[in-house]
Design a protein around this ligand. Structure first.
Ligand code: BTN
Length: 255
């Protein structure tokens, strides 16, 4: 038995054996009025979704494939902050539970030794510029072995088991993620984005590194990542000393 130390996150959890994508299932629940913190988990996804239209490899029983309903009160412009908040919460949970020193790569891939161990997909459903709800999708490669990775992912991905050298208890990690989500959301609600940005900067592997990023306006910037601005955009300082904001390309869902 597990104690889940939360008020709302994970107080309702729908566990599925196999599904297309937990994002779709969570959206359906949100449309039916599910509260913030409602969770959908699946043992496997047959068409897991990644950012930018990519597929997400979601083999049976090896990972945490999870979607959480969020009901933010802020306008749409603030959803990049939720993406970063989710990355902070999952990174803290992984470090606390497994000791694996995952770091956050902009906007919110979690890396260990340069390989991706977790991806986060934040999708929003809007109406007249207002956010009706968001779905935070979290995919963690927990107990995959090296040979479980298909050829094209074998150099890019890693799992907590590979990095920790032992099997990781998925249920305990799910509980840790939900506890951290609730705590970081409470911090955000009480004190705004600033303290969350500070946590992100401290956990980030992108800070003070040379980066190449797409601005969203179709152009590419190169420079040093110097921090997050109050909206959650990454601030990149070019060689010429110009500071440019890079906004993460999160997806808007049409409902
Ligand atoms: C990425 O790095 O591109 C984001 C990957 C997000 C994967 C998770 S797994 C649970 C949820 N359901 C999905 O179909 N995608 C997200």
């Amino acid at each position: 038995a597990y104690m889940l130390n939360t008020q709302s996150f994970g107080q309702r959890i729908v566990v599925l054996d196999s599904t297309v994508s937990t994002q779709q299932d969570a959206m359906r629940l949100a449309e039916e009025g599910a509260q913030q913190g409602t969770v959908v988990l699946a043992e496997e996804q047959t068409a897991g979704r990644g950012r930018l239209g990519r597929k997400w490899f979601s083999p049976r029983g090896k990972g945490i494939w999870m979607s959480i309903v969020l009901r933010p009160s802020q306008p749409l412009a603030f959803t990049p902050q939720l993406t970063l908040l989710t990355g902070v919460a999952v990174c803290r949970a992984i470090r606390r539970l497994t000791g694996v020193e995952a770091g956050i790569k902009w906007p919110n891939d979690l890396l260990v030794h340069g390989r991706k161990v977790c991806g986060i997909l934040l999708e929003s459903a809007t109406e007249d510029q207002r956010v009706r709800y968001c779905i935070a999708g979290i995919g963690i490669d927990v107990n995959l072995n090296t040979e479980d990775y298909p050829e094209e992912l074998s150099r890019l991905g890693t799992s907590l088991k590979i990095e920790a050298g032992r099997e990781i208890d998925r249920t305990a990690l799910i509980a840790a993620v939900l506890e951290e989500m609730e705590q970081v959301c409470a911090l955000y609600a009480d004190q705004g984005f600033k303290p969350v940005a500070m946590l992100w900067e401290a956990l980030s592997v992108t800070m003070n590194r040379f980066v190449r990023a797409h601005t969203g306006q179709g152009s590419v910037v190169e420079g040093t990542a110097v921090g997050l601005d109050p909206s959650g955009a990454l601030v990149v300082e070019t060689k010429q000393g110009e500071r440019i904001q890079v906004v993460s390309g999160d997806i808007q869902l049409q409902v």
